[in-house]
Design a protein around this ligand. Sequence first.
Ligand code: GLC
Ligand code: GLC
Length: 822
Amino acid sequence: MNSASTFKYGHFDDATREYVITRPDTPLPWLNYLGQDEFFGLCTNTAGGYSFWKDAKLRRLTRYRYNNVPYDLGGRYFYVNDGGEVWNPGWKPVKAKGVKYECRHGLGYTRIVGERDGLEVETLFFVPPGENLEVWKVTVRNKSAQRKTPKLFSYQEFCFFEALNDMTNYQRTYSIGEVEVEGSAIYHKTEFRERRNHYTLFACTRPIAGFDTSRDAFVGIHEGLHEAKVPFAGQATNSVAFGWNPIGSHQIDLDLAPGAEESFAFVLAYVEQGDAPKFDAPFVMNKSVGRAIVEKYSAPGAVDAALASLKAYWDALLGNFQVDCPNEHAQRMANTWNQYQCMATFNMSRSASMYETGIGRGMGFRDSNQDLLGFVHMIPSRARERILDIAATQLSDGTCYHQYQPLTKKGNADIGGDFYDDHLWLVLSTCAYIKESGDTSILQAPCAYADKAYENVITDTLLDHLETSIAYTIKKRGPNGLPLIGHADWNDCLNLNCFSTEPNESFQTAGDVRDSKAESVMIAGLFLYAAREMAGLYEHLDRNSDAARMRGHYAEMLDTVERVTWDGAWYTRAYAADGSVVGSHTNTEGKIFIESQGWCVLGGAGANNGRARQAMESVHRHLYTKNGVVLQQPAYSTYDKALGEVTSYPPGVKENAGIFSHNNTWIHLAWCQLGEGDRALEYYLSICPSAKQDQIDTYRGEPYVYAQMIAGKDAPCFGEAKNNWLTGTAAWTFVVVSQGLLGIKPDYAGLRIDPCIPKDWPGFKVTRRFRGDTFEITVSNPQHVSKGIKAVRVDGKDIDPTQAIRPAGDGRTHRVEVVLGE
Ligand code: GLC
Ligand code: GLC
């Protein structure tokens, strides 16, 4: 492992599971997430970001201005005034010269250390498990030979909870801000007098020398955060905000002998009042809940204990899957960062990142179902709840709300439904959950359709939703017998029913899908996969006639796919509303697309006639690059209203021939299915962020998480990553590594082991917790093959290699030895 090797902006520390950033001026802000349950924060390598409870749109606690200049401004700031010199440990916003800096993004925490002129200030930000608050631990060390009396000023800006209103409705918001200050605690209580039963607490666990709650007093009117008045003056004004913009700032005066240090903490909490009376006196809030929180974290050792419980939390989660293999990138991503990113997508869906403002998209139906594939092995119980929440946003006719709000769990009516792939992903997530947990009872869980949620007695079950999903695709088919596409399939930008010539409308909602005839080959491939999953599920349930029925649907769709969609060297992509083909050699642009190759092959098309391999070789010839597989070729050069948004992007980005990492993973899995381990790893590494550190000024994104998109070969910035963090790539790459390459596949009966690795790998080891048992799996590859199992031994006994390894259910560790070969 060369985790020690240092690249321009930093390096991995695999032992501590941290990415260490050694200079603050990274090519873009590099983000981390705080929080694991219901309270979350975004935190960049210069302490930028914001916090929210459950829903970044409806319960935003602190402010952040997106797309600012500089990009990342506003966050958890500390200003140090050391003898009149003002600087920040995280460099921003003052950006003082000569600050020695290190940021360590770890699992659920970020630690930033700044040092200047013999004074070191260490800040650590995290959310303790089970809590609705952030802890900011600060340690100030005098490393100089002189006594130092620095002043420290905390700073963050409160958000009025409803983020969109907060950033648009100033005629109201400038007049509503209210705070209270009690001791070292600042209470942000805007709208508490009316319908809100919650407030934000920002408190210090140590006595303070002053405070500010008015932004105008602290920063000024014409000043920027880098020249904020109070820290430069070295004196808080004890301002009490009335309207305008409330902030929280504490002044801490320190007196440190040479070599001395002092530690204390801040708590930023979301507090619900519960049944406690709201007021102690007119205009005086009942602060009992808040006081108890401050007291709890003021106790000696409380903060360190909370941090220890965070570490234990992540060790337990990641301990469900750990690998030791010859490729350092695959190993560190699988062991740490990829699983970590999967949890971020579970928590955030596509709502809040540096590219998602937290007010737009809520939880996506298809996105959240796919995200589940990446985290179900860590927290099956929450996967269960998530599946039922998602399913409840399906309508009884089969279509689904494309997005829903996490706080209300209600479908988002603005974007609506009619994306005709959505419902099928529910089959994949449910089957993955049952294979992992063995819990078939979820199928009988009551689950109303969104349009029947008002009914008193819920008679529909999750299994009904799955049947409805399959039936919907069968019903919604076009002239070729292929599934209709609706507004779009997985590719949100292939809008075959939109025909928009009006720049003021959304591609995704414009156009009438009723009576439309446009068909999707990708949905056909996905249907094959889903129907086969349903057949397998019914077999497991001993419902053989239902299994046979599903196999019948499968066979019929397979026949259609092979009859209609083979273009000679690959599968076509779609059939437009007028019946013309999309993704064929007969097109001048967009001749070959990635999605239908991936899904047709994964669905089992081309398996017996050589087409699967041929399709994949075409992908290699026409779409593969050293930075990943581009979405289609040639890129579209002009807007075509018959195809929609896909043709709107400049060539080489997003859905117009960008490298959309998410769909690359389907190709990785397809190579694994074909037994091509060398290809699979080569493709895997082409989009792997850990492998991009030596070209980081081109790549620019965080080297520890997958990007949604990398600019394709048609773009001037080929290889540049965007939309990092919140992407289905996280879940699917984890499926690629754990199930495709390493071949550890959960199945109804138990674990199946069927790796597909590069031939030169001598073997690998995996620790896998599964239904309460722990499997220590050692795979050896003496004949240097990619695929094929010669022998499997469990606890020293040979078993039939075609059988799944059944968990003993004894909660013990079991040794599994697998020998690959012919
Ligand atoms: C975005 C969306 C996802 C979609 C993909 C391709 O990542 O979140 O739902 O499938 O783009 O358009
Ligand atoms: C745009 C993006 C696409 C994303 C969609 C979400 O179409 O290009 O990637 O899925 O918006 O609404």
